[in-house]
Structure formats: C-alpha cells, structure tokens
Design a protein around this ligand. Structure first.
Ligand code: CAA
Length: 271
C-alpha cells in the first residue's frame, strides 16, 4: 500500500530480549485498514501482546476507516495461541497461563476479557471486518477469523477449534459467532471433535463467504472492500446495526427498529 497514511510495526514476538512484542502490522490506506499477523516463521502464533495490540488498534482506529482486513503473513493465517504460554516459562516478557492462573486467581478472568477486547471491536457497526484466511486457522486463529464480519478463504484453508482437545474452552469470543453462523449442532460437532473444516465445507455451512485460489486471495479481498465502500457510509452503519440486532428481536421489534433507523436516514437526507 504505497499511499498508506499510517503504518506501525509491532515487532517480532519471538525476540527473546524480554520485551513484550506483538508481531502485528497495521496499515491504513484511506478507508481501508489492514491488520497483518506478522510472525510467519511461528505460523502467526498469538500471545498476550498480540491481543493487546489488536485492542490498541481498535481503540485508536482512524475515524475514516470503513473496512478492516485481518490477514496473516506466510502459509498459515494463525496457528492459535503461542504454545509457550502453556509452559511454566511462558513467553519472554509476557508470562504464562500457568503462572497467571496461580498468582492472579479471579484476576485471570480479567486477563481473558482484556484479550477478548482485541477481538470484540471488529464487530462495530461503523466498520466491516474481513478475514483473509489461508492455511491453518487453529484455536485463537479460528476465533480471530470468527471475530470478523466476513471470511474469504483460500482453497487450502483449514479451520480447527482445538481448545477442547487441549482441555480448554474457546474463550476469545468465537463461540457465539460460530453458533450464529453454522447453528448449534454443527458448532458442537466442530468444537467437541476438534476436527478440521476445509474450504468446501466452510463455504457450504456458512463459515466462509467465498473460496478462491491462494494466489487470488488478495484480489478477492480488494474486490470485496471496493464493493463495501460503494454504498453510502451512514446507511451501511445503520443497516449493519439493524442486521446485528435482528437475531435478538422478534419480527415486530425488528420492524420497529427498521422504522426508527429509516426515519433517521430520511431526516438526514431530506430534512
Ligand atoms: N505456538 C508456538 N509456536 C508454534 C505454534 C504455536 N501455536 N504453531 C507453530 N509454531 C512454530 C513451530 O514450533 C515451528 O517452530 P520452529 O521452526 O522453531 O520449530 C514453526 O512454528 C513452524 O511450525 P511447523 O513446522 O509445525 O509448521 P507446519 O506448517 O508444518 O505446521 C501447524 C503448522 C499445523 C499449525 C503446526 O505448527 C501446529 O499444529 N501448531 C500448533 C497448533 C496448536 O495447537 N495451537 C493451539 C490452538 S488452541 C488455542 O489457540 C487456545 C486458546 O485460544 C486458548
């Protein structure tokens, strides 16, 4: 992105210097922001620093941004949590789950919700988030893809909710979008078997919008972003807000919500 207006590099989280580094790259080009997990040599494994950086990006996202692309450098979107976090030594400068669980007690839940903040903002009505997913999307990687509004995947994609196989639950906001997308029975099947979902099934069950050849993923994302930017910004925000509320409302409540949003639109356009 030659015209990138903002660019930050989070550094290499595998640098054992002791400093907590995120391995996240962030670029803004006009109305499109791109977040890149950038630790391909470790298959973009995620740490506390990754999640802090995601949250920080969400907090400081430039107002003009309408589309946020989330992608991973290299052969895998993300191999999930950095497995060193399960060792007593942990990730240099970031500690480990075992030490956090022992020392913090109930504070551990607080730490999980801090991590979740890195994922939750991707659903804001003001933006549409698109995950560009190639290769492995395991555990936290699967959940990061689920945190986005849309998923466009390469033919080699493999989603796996590995947490139950490791004695854990998926806790990075992934369970609700998964159930919303594929239904309860399929979500139980995917999570409790920790099986792999490949591209054809992902599209068939609604987990992914589109599958393309690996070499076409970037173009497919650009095309989708352009389509999304072609509609009126305020109408898009109001419509996303309506659609997000639909599952929790009755038909009558949803109809009333449509009327409220439309009245606001009409006032703005013609008032
Ligand atoms: N954490 C730390 N390092 C990882 C990693 C991870 N999750 N995944 C891969 N790596 C590292 C490997 O150790 C290896 O490092 P070295 O070169 O230093 O040996 C490097 O990345 C490349 O890995 P592979 O050689 O294994 O690459 P591959 O392409 O053959 O296989 C893979 C890729 C299938 C993703 C495999 O690496 C793998 O199975 N990784 C572990 C996946 C996993 O179990 N993730 C945890 C999911 S659960 C979760 O995320 C929990 C949660 O949210 C709470």
């Amino acid at each position: 992105m030659a015209e990138a207006q903002a660019r930050q590099r989070g550094g290499n989280a595998d640098d054992d210097s002791g400093s907590a580094r995120s391995g996240v790259r962030f670029e803004v080009d006009g109305e499109i922001a791109t977040i890149t997990l950038d630790r391909p040599e470790k298959r973009n494994a995620q740490t506390f620093a990754t999640w802090s950086e995601l949250a920080r990006i969400g907090e400081s996202l430039p107002e003009q941004v309408r589309v946020v692309v989330v992608k991973g450098e290299g052969p895998s979107f993300s191999a999930g949590i950095d497995l060193r976090m399960f060792t007593p030594e942990g990730v240099p400068g970031q500690g480990s789950f075992s030490s956090a669980a022992k020392s913090e007690g109930a504070g551990f839940e607080q730490r999980v919700s801090q991590a979740q903040a890195g994922f939750l903002w991707l659903r804001r009505p003001e933006i549409v988030s698109i995950a560009a997913v190639q290769g492995h999307a395991i555990g936290a990687g699967f959940q990061l893809a689920l945190a986005c509004d849309l998923r466009i995947v390469a033919e080699d994609v493999s989603f796996c909710m590995k947490e139950p196989a490791l004695g854990l639950v998926p806790d990075l906001t992934g369970t609700k979008p998964l159930v919303d997308l594929v239904g309860l029975a399929k979500a139980i099947d995917i999570c409790l078997t920790a099986r792999t979902v490949h591209a054809e099934e992902a599209v068939r069950i609604g987990l992914a919008e589109r599958v393309v050849a690996g070499g076409d993923l970037e173009q497919a994302i650009q095309d989708k972003a352009a389509q999304l930017l072609s509609t009126n910004r305020d109408a898009a925000v109001a419509t996303k807000r309506l659609l997000q509320g639909a599952l929790g409302r009755t038909l009558e409540e949803q109809s009333a919500a449509e009327a409220v949003e439309q009245a606001a639109r009409i006032r703005t356009l013609f008032g």
